[in-house]
Design a protein around this ligand. Sequence first.
Ligand code: FES
Ligand code: FES
Length: 149
Amino acid sequence: MELEVNGRRLSADVDPETPLLWVLRDELGLTGTKFGCGMAMCGACTVHIDGQPTRSCVMPVSAVAGKRITTIEGLSPNGDHPVQKAWVAEQVPQCGYCQSGQVMTAAALLKATPKPSEAQIKQAMNGHICRCATYQQIVQAVGRAAREG
Ligand code: FES
Ligand code: FES
């Protein structure tokens, strides 16, 4: 199966029903995207599909053939996307497990809504679960990324 991941065309020899998350992690070695619940409930596995934040744990890889897939590894060539810089500045991560999914959703939010209100930020990030409860830092960091671009 031909895939476009982080701007590169790749082929993966997998069952079409395989969830995209497994292809990313196990076949392509892109382990920045995490497995949490496996049921589209926690957001840990979020990547962009044609720019839209999408949960890769329940997405059959056949559904994304020919679409642009972006993982945390491809968000910015140097890891200096405004959201990533704000994450460092606000010291958001604790254990870090949920964070790549959070960052991908935040990046998509700011692309669609460059100056979100606090309510819009909370609404966009609402479906992400963080066992370390970094929620307040996340809201602050998304706000900082919006301000500082
Ligand atoms: S692992 Fe996909 S949403 Fe939880
Ligand atoms: S930082 Fe630990 S689960 Fe979110």
